[in-house]
Design a protein around this ligand. Structure first.
Ligand code: ADP
Ligand code: MG
Length: 283
């Protein structure tokens, strides 16, 4: 095992927790306090010419992080000649992606509970004038290994601050193909509705264990997304899923972004509104 590295004096990094395109995320212990964190290490060379993306991620995190219980908290950040370091509160429960894979799929009531929590956090993010743009089960983390642990929105690497007046000001193609909304491919301009589309894909995935637009090639996948071409099939995977849950998915996967519900409207859909846990007064 290689010797532990010392991240600018204060932290000692340990095992790798996950990795993405530009970053590797490692467990890190704050030497003075012995507290554990997750440290996102971004190699400046790999990011060359795109350092602004990390600065943007930090700026967005400063705006939203610690303002909501279901958004990962940026604790600290610094840089050396070679790397940028973002220190987050540690989520020890792993990615939603792995939980879906382990379970096969979620029970509908549990899926509704998770989706409600995530959309409430999305509502908060959107309220701060930010669009996340990379919502997917790999970027949704559990705070602890407990079955009922808080789910946390992570990875603001592709997020943007949006001017509310200009609903469609973003045009670059970015995201993870299977979760990208049709308007991103059409390059017709996009904004907050892309996060709602991604929540539709995530809900579909939670309910059946696979994603709706999975095709043999990326071209076919893109064409399916633009056409909104998906089915609740094979039927045996959908046999136990209610009509109201399907309607929720259908509503979020509305191809026209202007007709897609907002986060607030999604929360008001009967699938989420009706299964809100009933308040039980103390005897
Ligand atoms: P990228 O932009 O490269 O995708 P992410 O911020 O998504 O980087 O981090 C990559 C992976 O690292 C995540 O999918 C997750 O598995 C893990 N990770 C990120 N942040 C944390 C955290 N705060 N606690 C635990 N694991 C984390
Ligand atoms: Mg990621």
């Amino acid at each position: 095992m290689p010797a532990a590295q010392t991240v600018p004096c204060q932290y000692r990094t340990g095992k790798t927790l996950g990795s993405g395109t530009y970053a590797v995320v490692k467990e890190a212990v704050h030497i003075k306090t012995g507290k554990y964190y997750a440290c996102k290490v971004i190699n400046k060379k790999l990011m060359e010419g795109r350092e602004h993306m990390v600065r943007n991620e930090i700026a967005v995190l400063k705006k939203v992080s610690s303002g909501h219980r279901n958004i990962v908290t940026l604790h600290d950040y610094f840089e050396t000649a070679h790397n940028l370091y973002l220190v987050f509160d540690l989520c020890t429960g792993g990615e939603l992606f792995d939980r879906i894979c382990a379970k096969g799929n979620y029970y509908e009531a549990d899926a509704a509970e998770l989706v409600r929590t995530i959309i409430k956090a999305v509502l908060y993010i959107h309220g701060c004038g930010i669009v996340h743009r990379d919502l997917k089960p790999e970027n949704l983390l559990f705070r602890s290994p407990a079955e009922d642990a808080d789910i946390m929105i992570a990875d603001f690497g592709l997020s943007r601050v949006m001017d509310d007046e200009k609903f469609k000001q973003l045009t670059e193609i970015c995201g993870t193909p299977g979760y990208m909304a049709p308007e991103i491919f059409r390059k017709s301009g996009h904004g907050k509705p892309v996060d709602i589309w991604a929540m539709g894909v995530i809900t579909y995935f939670l309910l059946c264990g696979y994603t709706p637009f999975d095709r043999d090639t990326q071209q076919e996948e893109m064409e399916a997304i633009i056409a909104g071409d998906y089915k609740f099939e094979p039927k045996e995977y959908w046999a136990n899923v209610s009509e109201v849950a399907r309607d929720f998915v259908r509503t979020l996967l509305t191809v026209d972004p202007t007709k897609r519900p907002t986060a607030q409207q999604a929360l008001e859909h009967p699938w989420l509104a009706s299964s809100e846990p009933h308040f039980v007064a103390d005897p």
